[in-house]
Design a protein around this ligand. Sequence first.
Ligand code: AMP
Length: 215
Amino acid sequence: MKAIVLLGAPGAGKGTTAEAVKGRTAFLHVSTGDMLRRAVKNGTDLGRRAESYMKQGELVPDELMTQLIDERLVKEGPEALYVFDGYPRTVNQAEQLEQSLERHGGRLDRVFLLDAPRPVLIERLTGRRICRQCGRNYHVVNVPPAKDGVCDACGGELYQRSDDTEDTIVNRLEVYERQTHSLIARYEAQGLLVRVDAGQQADRMAADVMAELPE
Ligand code: AMP
């Protein structure tokens, strides 16, 4: 087992970078945001409990998140390689993740901090559009589809996430500062942190991460 974490504020490019790594390696992309959105869409018990937090840009309670991650580790088995995107987001989650990985015979190998200035984050989030069918990400200005509202890859309909609205974005950035930012010091002290300039273009950011993947 190998495990890396992509740490960074909403809009830093964690999902895009994780998809790029997944496309070129055997790493699995574990996005807790995607897993939760699927649970909401499918109307599962977890989805019903998580939905109101997500709508407001608040964090879903830690115990639900730990359960979600543990189930995923069990499902993928001890040989898997993981890119965690959007997890952990609290000190408690970071501790839980360390314990979960240990139970599965692994440990955290590296943490990439994707660091971008606030105006860049806001601009990326407000312009983000996603394909309903294949999940590919676009941006109305920076990465527009060839045809308005239609996915280049699969022809699916593009939509805007319900939490990518101005008010919720401001709250999500505050929640990041309040609850997640302190993880930077933790991982730095553990010697795991690699800083990546997340203000640059997606392919260069992915290249920076690829160059520092654990052997
Ligand atoms: P994301 O797609 O990573 O921006 O996550 C979307 C929303 O899902 C967040 O605003 C939270 O409400 C919830 N969420 C995702 N990951 C976590 C996590 N690790 N802990 C708590 N809530 C989370």
